[in-house]
Design a protein. Structure first.
Length: 581
């Protein structure tokens, strides 16, 4: 019998009860104990190695997916291997080089592939310089801008480094998944795809700034895993369905990143975060604030490249010019407003952030005809609005509404991006062929007439490279600019709420009041040595003989001042190898 059962016998008016127990029953607790022990061991390993396991598993998954799906695109393939965008068939024949022509400069082409196969679609020499500028902004600018926290400098720069590198791989895959063609399952790489991945990383880091110091490392990794999905979906809707003009990412980068971060902060909010004492933990030092200001300068200098990286033709020049003047205007207006608000002094919080607002506000219109004076107006207005937000709106959002914003992302990104989106609708709605001239359909490709219409054929005769459009008017373009803002806000807020609910699960080890804004939770910190300890250590080193032997019998004499050290040697000179008693 495999179970234990009481058996009663009745006799002579008396009753007795005994138990029959199978010997196998004694093994059950042992098996159960072994199972519990194994589970406990796995839980211990997961608890100690959680971060490394998440990173390692993610990297392994990326390697496998890249191996099956990712390949070099047109520019990274030999001329004979380049494929037609229509048929995706390899170039089978190359025309014979004409006499007197150099094969290296000859534009090779085939009958079924009219595009010269030796021509790069996205020449690296055209894009690489600005790509590296964007790279510096992501890894140096954003990272050091967040070093204002007194005891979170390692994490600000280090986590920025890790999360951005993670997003570069993950966003490359996500963006590729959304753009796979029916005839080719491979994700094709080019220099533009790398720039777009950097832009996605910038979006994630904007959200990271809102919750900086308030999440554990495992929570940060889960956050970027989820947010990257929503970011790339939003990009696809804005650029592939709505065809908005947003070359500098005012909508898709700054607006999305800011509102995702704010909604996430509200979802995971704890009441203690809105207490005045909690914010005192953030207070930095001269050293921290100076490092943060260096991050500001890197961002400020390279922002024209950020906005112009994907602009084309004459629009790229306008993107540089407009951003250049907008960000100088935001710098001046931020200093001005800070001086007014702080009774003649400057607030470093405002200077570190509001000086950059001009780059955010013109991101969507920088390659349009904004004109230099318009760029100055936009930049100056953004600088003032951002500075006022730091002084007035930030405390209200924190204490009254529960939006604890560590880096003030609402003031640097959310409000200027909201303003910039409205400006983009106005400027796009006012666009005319007279102003843009021959570049009108390059700037607004969906304004071109529909294919095979008389208007299109007439324009095709004037502009041989013209592609069919959708026949949009400037008013329709303006409407889609505003529609993109609505979709972006909906996806950002909805995605953040979902992500926040996942992050609230106990498995991710939420931080508490003892390790919030603290580096030592995740980093090995340098040993802090007191003066007495250092002096004692130096004297102990002095006992080591030339042969490497250590005289442990000789007492330690701690010598602090130079005069004490000279007196100890007896000859006016002090040697670290002598410590007489």
């Amino acid at each position: 019998m495999s179970e234990t059962s009481p058996v009663s016998s009745h006799g002579g008016g008396a009753s007795s009860t005994y138990h029959r127990t199978n010997l196998q029953d004694h093994a059950l607790p042992l098996v159960y104990a072994k199972d519990r022990s194994a589970i406990a061991m796995l839980e211990a390993v997961w608890s100690r190695k959680k971060i490394g396991l998440i990173i390692g598993i993610s990297q392994l998954a990326f390697i496998i997916i890249f191996g099956f799906l990712v390949d070099y695109g047109w520019d990274g393939s030999p001329a004979s291997k380049r494929t037609s965008s229509a048929s995706h068939s390899e170039v089978s024949k190359v025309v014979v080089v004409l006499p007197g022509k150099n094969a290296s400069s000859m534009a090779l082409q085939t009958v079924d592939h009219p595009v010269p196969v030796t021509t790069s679609k996205f020449p690296v020499e055209t894009y690489y310089a600005m790509f590296q500028d964007v790279h510096v902004m992501v890894f140096v600018g954003f990272g050091f801008l967040m070093t204002f926290l007194r005891k979170y400098g390692y994490s600000s720069v280090g986590f920025n480094f890790l999360l951005a590198a993670y997003v570069l791989q993950w966003s490359t895959l996500m963006r590729g998944f959304l753009r796979l063609s029916e005839n080719d399952y491979r994700i094709k790489l080019d220099i533009v795809s790398l720039i777009n991945s950097d832009f996605t990383a910038a979006t994630i880091l904007i959200s990271f700034g809102v919750v900086l110091g308030k999440l554990s490392m495992s929570q940060y990794l889960i956050m970027v895993l989820f947010e990257t999905v929503f970011v790339t979906i939003n990009e696809w809707i804005c650029y592939e369905m709505f065809f908005i003009k947003d070359v500098g990412g005012t909508v898709a980068i700054h607006l999305f990143g800011a509102f995702f971060g704010l909604a996430l902060a509200r979802t995971i909010h704890q009441k203690k975060w809105s207490h005045d004492d909690f914010n005192k933990l953030k207070f930095g030092s001269h050293y921290n604030d100076l490092l943060s200001l260096i991050g500001t300068l890197f961002l400020w200098m390279f922002w024209p490249s950020f906005n112009a990286a994907l602009a084309t033709d004459d629009g790229r020049y306008r993107a540089v010019f407009n951003t250049y003047f907008a960000i100088t205007a935001s710098c001046l207006s931020a200093f001005m407003t800070s001086s007014f608000l702080s009774h003649g002094k400057f607030s470093l919080d405002i200077i570190q952030n509001s000086t950059l607002a001009g780059g955010v506000v013109v991101g969507a219109v920088c390659d349009m005809y904004l004109y230099p004076w318009g760029a100055l107006i936009c930049g100056a207005g953004a600088g003032v609005i951002s500075a006022l937000g730091y002084f007035y709106l930030g405390p209200i959002l924190d204490r009254k509404l529960g939006f604890h914003d560590t880096c003030g992302v609402n003031n640097l990104h959310a409000m200027p991006a909201f303003l910039g989106t409205l400006i983009s609708a106005i400027v796009a709605g006012c666009a005319t062929k007279e102003v843009y001239g021959s570049g009108y359909y390059t700037q607004f490709p969906k304004h071109a007439p529909l294919a095979n219409t008389k208007e299109f054929l007439d324009l095709k005769a004037l502009y041989p490279d013209l592609q069919p459009g959708l026949g949009w008017t400037p008013a329709i373009q303006a409407g889609y600019q505003m529609a993109a803002m609505g979709v972006t806000l909906a996806l950002a807020i909805g995605g953040a709420v979902l992500t926040g609910m996942v992050l609230r699960l106990p498995i991710w080890d939420a931080v508490n009041e003892y390790n919030v804004f603290e580096d030592d939770t995740h980093w090995e910190l340098p040993t802090k040595m007191k003066r007495d300890d250092e002096a004692q250590l130096r004297e102990r080193i002095g006992r080591v003989s030339k042969d490497g032997d250590y005289n442990s019998d000789q007492p330690v004499v701690v010598l602090h001042t130079l005069s004490e050290k000279k007196a100890a040697t007896g000859n006016g000179y002090y040697s670290d190898h002598k410590a007489p008693v």
